[in-house]
Design a protein around this ligand. Structure first.
Ligand code: CP
Length: 344
């Protein structure tokens, strides 16, 4: 195991790489042990301390080059990876597929090999195709971090969500977390289900039956599981499924709502945005069913007035901006662990 001793004046308060970390890539959190999640959380605490300094920079990754390669739009993820890399002293290059040689027909593999050839030590990539980062990781020596692949996974979002919840509630073991919205098409929901379940949270998903992943769809003509039965989805840990938001919110300590993509209506999965908002919008009145002070979360970007009311999004219960802020410390932790962590 690599042990990193860094000069105290310039280093994060991490004096050795957590023993639990042995990964070369971060592709998903679906196989993370609690100790690995804990390693990210503790490293993120150290990075938060760095970000609180007058000069929020350390040379931990000086001489390294991080390339962000995005085939889909992003504000939060890309900006926070860039800030994270720079705060650790790395050089950061941002590439969007639009405007790159992808537009001239260059393949994904040729593109990433080119970036490796110019010296990328870490490739942070977002792609519309589920599995694309796995394919890339098989072809490169460069470390790969998945910044979102299709509807499959968004591991750093799940890590920053876990970090935000822990900062408010401490241990997440036994905490009731409701994830409401388009679960079927949400990489955020999938990664959160994995990480929160691994840490012992009680996860409840809530959506219209048409937006629940097939293996989790509730039984019965009305699609309700009001008896609290759990349903194990294919390739996801067991979670409770509830199609009625008011029931789902009872005793919730954390409520995470997801962006509703308007394409879902065109695909015939929803009758109208108005009906969705009536049945599934998170608002102040609905949140009164949850525990007092329950956290309101959203990965962003939000459709205020559809999946969340503007009042709730901007209320004292909302930690939505804090999620974004924590994204920098958590992504610093991930970059640090990937580059400096022990590898088998
Ligand atoms: N949550 C999230 O991934 O946001 P961006 O699409 O802005 O990166």
């Amino acid at each position: 195991m690599t042990q990193e001793k860094l000069a105290p004046a310039t280093a994060p308060a991490v004096t050795e790489t957590p023993r639990a970390w042995t990964r070369r890539h971060l592709l998903d959190v679906d196989d993370f042990a609690p100790a690995e999640l804990e390693a990210v959380m503790q490293t993120a605490d150290a990075m938060k301390e760095v970000l609180g300094r007058d000069v929020p920079r350390v040379p931990a990754l000086r001489g390294k080059t991080i390339v962000t390669l995005f085939y889909e739009a992003s504000t939060r993820t890309r900006a926070s990876f860039e800030l994270a890399g720079k705060a650790l002293g790395a050089d950061v290059i941002n590439i969007s597929a639009g405007g790159s040689s992808v537009e001239k027909g260059e393949s994904l593999i040729d593109t990433v090999r080119t970036l490796q050839a110019v010296g990328a030590g870490v490739l942070v990539m977002r792609h519309w195709a589920a599995g694309a980062p796995y394919l890339v990781a098989r072809h490169l020596q460069t470390a790969v971090i998945n910044a979102g692949d299709g509807a499959h996974a968004h591991p750093t979002q799940a890590l920053l969500d876990l970090y935000t919840i822990r900062n408010h509630l401490g241990d997440v073991q036994g905490r009731r977390v409701v994830i409401v919205g388009d679960i079927e098409h949400s990489r955020v929901a999938r990664s959160n289900i994995w990480s929160l379940s691994a840490m012992g949270a009680e996860v409840i998903i809530c959506a219209p039956a048409t937006l629940v992943p097939e293996g989790m769809r509730p039984a019965g003509p009305h699609g309700g599981r009001s008896n609290g039965d759990s349903s194990q989805a294919h390739a996801l840990p067991p979670v409770k499924v509830e199609t009625n938001l008011d029931r789902a919110l009872e005793n919730a300590e954390v409520v995470m709502t997801l962006r509703l993509q308007k394409e879902r209506m065109q695909a015939g999965l929803l009758p109208s945005l108005r009906e969705y908002a009536t049945l599934y919008q998170l608002n102040e009145e609905r949140m009164s069913r949850a525990r007092t002070g329950a956290l309101v979360m959203h990965p962003g970007p939000m459709n205020e007035g559809i999946e969340i009311s503007p009042g709730l999004a901007n209320s004292l219960q909302s930690v939505i901006e804090e999620q974004v802020t924590n994204g920098v410390a958590v992504r610093m932790a991930v970059l640090y662990l990937i580059v400096r962590g022990a590898k088998p």
